[in-house]
Design a binder for this molecule. Structure first.
Ligand SMILES: Nc1nc2c(ncn2[C@@H]2O[C@H](COP(=O)(O)OP(=O)(O)OP(=O)(O)O)[C@@H](O)[C@H]2O)c(=O)[nH]1
Length: 294
């Protein structure tokens, strides 16, 4: 698990190495500031981190770790096994990695010997339906879909009803990332949420926002807009492996005050890891400090 997050942070760690070619026992505060900015932690946040650090100019690992940890206080609520099917609604702009992440999530559940049914409720684009169908085939899970232009809420309803009838463990529903305008998108997402609850009281159990990690901190405003529309429950950051902006997770967690559930670290179906803030922070600190613990 630990080396997996290391793989995902490869580019970020490479960027740190450019600033700090040799690891140190104590880091100069000014140099640390430069490293944090370079890894795409928003500037105000870097200033805040520096403010909370001890006043001395040279800092040890434990000083830095303690402050960085305080940014990930939003715990991932455990999945309640009594909720069957456990319905997840996947939200995010086109290209963020929604479809791939749905496949990865389905694969994760399958590995745990749980059954999965996908719902192709991004009916705005024919390609989105086709792409999800192709993934469903590859990972061998069921899918409910309709033709392009049909009501996405109806797909969500049918998927949940079918899952209830077949006693499926997990339902994962794709949604459109873009419509003709923002108001339409907001109305459509709200309607899907309402209809999910009609199909199964309490559903969707988790509304997950997919954010493209290569966008770094600039994804924050986009995330806030979705959060205002339908109250997101958790985030998945994709393409962490493709960016040197690995520090942006601090800004995202702080701005949205939401748990980061998983991170995507590659294009394959197995390239999704449960986000663990301690592993993430330790991996970054390992590239700065000579001592491993503390
Ligand atoms: N390197 C890397 N690539 C990823 C990751 N997640 C998704 N991708 C790639 O990002 C691209 C977009 O992913 P999709 O899953 O098609 O994104 P989408 O949000 O469904 O986008 P649309 O199909 O446009 O709606 C694809 O080429 C994926 O292979 C990741 O964690 N790492």
């Amino acid at each position: 698990m630990f080396s997996f997050i290391k793989k995902g942070l490869g580019k970020t760690l490479g960027a740190i190495k450019e600033i700090l070619p040799e690891k140190v026992e104590k880091i100069d505060k000014t140099l640390l500031e430069e490293i944090l900015i370079e890894s795409d932690i928003p500037y105000e946040l870097v200033e805040e981190i520096i403010y909370y650090l001890p006043p001395s100019q040279m800092l040890v690992r434990s000083d830095v770790k303690r402050v960085l940890q305080s940014y990930f206080m939003y715990e991932n609520a455990p999945i309640l096994s009594s909720q069957k099917p456990f319905v997840e609604l996947i939200i995010g702009v086109n290209g963020a990695g929604k479809t791939t992440t749905i496949a990865k999530l389905a694969q994760t559940y399958k590995k745990e010997h749980q059954s999965v049914l996908l719902g192709a409720a991004d009916t705005f684009r024919a390609a989105a339906i086709e792409q999800l169908k192709s993934w469903a085939e590859k990972i061998d899970v069921g899918i409910i879909y309709t033709q392009q232009g049909h009501d996405p809420s109806a797909v969500a309803y049918d998927t949940i009803s079918s899952a209830v009838a077949k006693k499926i463990d997990h339902v994962i529903i794709d949604t459109a990332g873009r419509l003709h305008n923002q108001v339409n998108l907001s109305n459509e997402l709200k309607k899907i949420v309402r209809i999910c609850d009609k199909a199964l009281s309490g559903a969707p159990h988790r509304k997950i926002l997919i954010l493209d990690g290569t966008q770094g901190s600039s994804a924050i405003n986009q995330a806030k807009a979705f959060h205002e529309m339908i109250n997101i429950d958790g985030i998945i950051i994709t393409k962490l492996d493709g960016t040197a902006k690995g520090g942006s997770l601090f800004g995202i967690a702080k701005a949205l005050q939401l748990p980061i559930l998983y991170v995507g670290v590659g294009e394959g179906r197995d390239d999704l890891i449960v986000f663990n803030a301690d592993d993430y922070i330790d991996t970054i600190l390992d590239s700065i400090f000579t001592n491993v613990n503390g």
